[in-house]
Design a binder for this molecule. Structure first.
Ligand code: TXA
Ligand code: MG
Length: 318
């Protein structure tokens, strides 16, 4: 597969032929955007240096940013990382699903060193989306997959979003419709003290209840954070104003709850619905090319933590 040539990006259908074509392209070292329950992932064979390098090239992503490896379940994860009791507890409760675990890398893992960006830990996750699981099974190996957006832009929750950002840079997108969860997975580092590295689709409270202990925050003194957590991330073209309790002249209005707005994350104030709508609504408002997007306050509980984290990054100075 050529590195610089402009590629015609195929849109594969969600049927056995589409799944098979996706697996074949991946086996040939291709890049295929696949639907997961969180967001679309830009996937490639995690053992293939050249394929993984092409992920960074297609996204325009800095090389020091490590990637999540997607596997069917704990048995496959344990080939690449030193599995632990906490990992077992969390995977039993939440896999397949929107939870990524960071664990020590195992010797002889066989993954491209580009996947971990030289760290001695690896982020692994078993996604729940049936199409992603079908492709993992058909492909039969580990898939490296960051969100399928150009670096620094909003994560894609539909095949159209993927096409808008990456068409002509990747071999294909498997069209699985809109992602159900809508924000990326929660990332937990299973170090001496389990640490919340990124809030996401699985609420912190659920993880703490399962472990029977509070999660540490990187700010508590833990040396490791998710390196991709740059402040100015998920940025739409327009400026973003948060916690807007009234609208100002000329703003595009992103509402939450019973407010008058241009688009509403959830008129009934449901955080699950709001998470599922977040990136789609931001993409839509961005396309209206206004100067500023104002956003209603979102409660900071459950999935609200992940939503607020993404909104703060969208609003960060850049
Ligand atoms: O829901 C998701 O997690 C989606 C879908 C496609 O699975 N993927 C995703 O990947 O959001 P990405 O690359 O956009 O974000 C992965 C985050 C980055 O912030 C990266 O720095 C962090 O995971 N990460 C990866 N490996 C790590 C490691 N060994 N230690 C700490 N953070 C790590
Ligand atoms: Mg991302």
């Amino acid at each position: 597969m050529s590195d610089r040539r402009i590629i015609e990006t195929l849109r594969l259908a969600a049927d056995p032929a589409g799944i098979d074509a996706a697996a074949q392209l991946l086996r040939a070292g291709g890049l295929v955007a696949l639907p997961t329950e969180t967001v679309y992932g830009l996937c490639a064979d995690a053992r293939d240096d050249r394929a993984v390098a092409r992920i960074f090239q297609a996204k325009g992503r800095p090389h020091f940013n490590p990637l999540i490896v997607h596997v069917p379940g704990p048995a496959e994860a344990a080939r690449y990382v030193a599995w632990s009791d906490d990992a077992d507890r969390l995977a039993s409760a939440f896999w397949p699903g929107p939870l990524t675990l960071v664990l020590p890398l195992r010797d002889g893992h066989g993954l491209s060193p580009l996947v971990t960006a030289g760290l001695d830990t690896l982020a692994v996750r078993a996604p729940a989306h049936p199409l992603m699981r079908d492709v993992l099974r058909a492909f039969g190996g580990p898939l490296a997959g960051p969100s399928a957006n150009p670096s620094g832009r909003i994560s894609p929750t539909t095949a159209d979003h993927v096409m808008a950002g990456l068409a002509s840079r990747i071999e294909a997108v498997l069209d699985g419709g809109a992602c159900g969860v809508g924000v990326e997975s929660t990332i937990v580092g299973l170090f001496d003290t389990p640490t919340l590295l990124r809030p996401g689709g699985l609420p912190r409270e659920a993880i703490e209840a399962c472990l029977g202990a509070p999660l540490a925050d990187p700010a508590d003194g833990g040396p490791l954070t998710a390196p991709g957590q740059m402040t100015s991330h998920y940025a739409p073209g327009a400026a973003v104003r948060l916690n807007a309790t009234e609208w100002q002249e000329g703003e595009l209005r992103l509402g939450f709850g019973a407010v008058d707005s241009d688009l509403n994350l959830s008129p009934s104030g449901d955080l699950v619905e709001a998470a599922a709508n977040l990136f789609g609504h931001l993409h839509r408002l961005d396309a209206m090319e206004g100067e500023r997007i104002a956003v209603s306050p979102i409660p900071d509980t459950g999935l609200g933590q992940a939503i607020n984290d993404r909104l703060r990054r969208a609003a960060a100075p850049r």
